[in-house]
Design a protein around this ligand. Structure first.
Ligand code: 13P
Length: 250
């Protein structure tokens, strides 16, 4: 059976002290969540060290929000995969639409990052999703198919088995607009179909998360869909009560 995952992407929010408090609150409330749901939090880089201490030995996993596309060296301001794994993080979010849009990340860079993360033993949470104008033009299937093929088709089956996919329609991120359960299910099924073209039955084992204005009030309907295996949560992950409120929706 596919893993159910609820991951919180804190983006560029909270001070270190606030982040530690938030992590503690998530850990404290995590007992309410069914045991088969994996909880993950992704604080900013600066918070990873103290937050790792908070989640150590608990059921809450730790993720970074990005990593460098080089192993080490003269890349001022970048953070390497072994610096992330060295803190006890097991996941790294890659290809988020904000990184693609504001920091010019291309599919070619993402192939490098995904491969480096996997080689370091990290599981990438690989994000894909169409923009508003692409959906309006009816190109959403085409856009996500291309994102999957350009990056994930470069992996071996063994590597692919460690990937978590997150479908995040850009028009739903931070806008309060959520894809309907029907829209989300339809595209998740399509993503799985595309994965099956290359990876066969393994596609059935890959967790595909939905992201974009997911909150306690809409999570149940989304998570009830057969191809939606959890959520990548932004704004609602900044309040432990809302984050856990989403995770109990399974
Ligand atoms: P929101 O939940 O704030 O819409 O953000 C979703 C997201 O981008 C998670 O990575």
């Amino acid at each position: 059976m596919r893993k159910h995952i609820v991951a919180g992407n804190w983006k560029m929010n909270t001070t270190v002290a606030e982040g530690v408090e938030l992590a503690k609150a998530v850990v404290a409330a995590s007992a309410e969540v069914p045991a088969d749901v994996k909880l993950i939090i992704a604080p900013p880089f600066t918070h990873l060290y103290p937050v790792a201490e908070v989640v150590k030995g608990t059921r809450v996993g730790l993720s970074a929000q990005n990593c460098a596309d080089h192993v080490k060296g003269a890349y001022t301001g970048e953070v390497a995969v072994n610096m992330i794994s060295g803190l006890g993080a097991e996941y790294v979010i890659l290809g988020h639409s904000e990184r693609r849009e504001y920091y010019g990340e291309t599919d070619a860079t993402l192939v490098e990052k995904v491969k480096l993360a996997l080689a370091e033993g990290l599981s990438p949470i690989f994000c894909i999703g169409e923009k508003k104008e692409e959906r309006e033009a009816g190109r959403h299937f085409e856009v996500v198919t291309e994102q999957v093929k350009n990056v994930l088709f470069e992996l071996s089956a063994e590597e692919m088995a460690k990937i978590v996919v997150a479908y995040e329609p850009v028009w739903a991120i931070g806008t309060g607009l959520t894809a309907t359960a029907e829209q989300a299910q339809e595209i998740h099924a399509e993503i799985r179909k595309v994965l099956a073209e290359k990876f066969g039955e393994l596609a059935e084992e890959i967790s595909i998360l939905y992201g974009g204005s997911c909150k306690p009030s809409n999570a149940k309907e989304l998570f009830a869909c057969p191809d939606i295996d959890g959520g990548l949560i932004g704004g609602a992950a900044l309040k432990a009560e809302d984050f856990i409120g989403i995770a109990v929706s399974f």
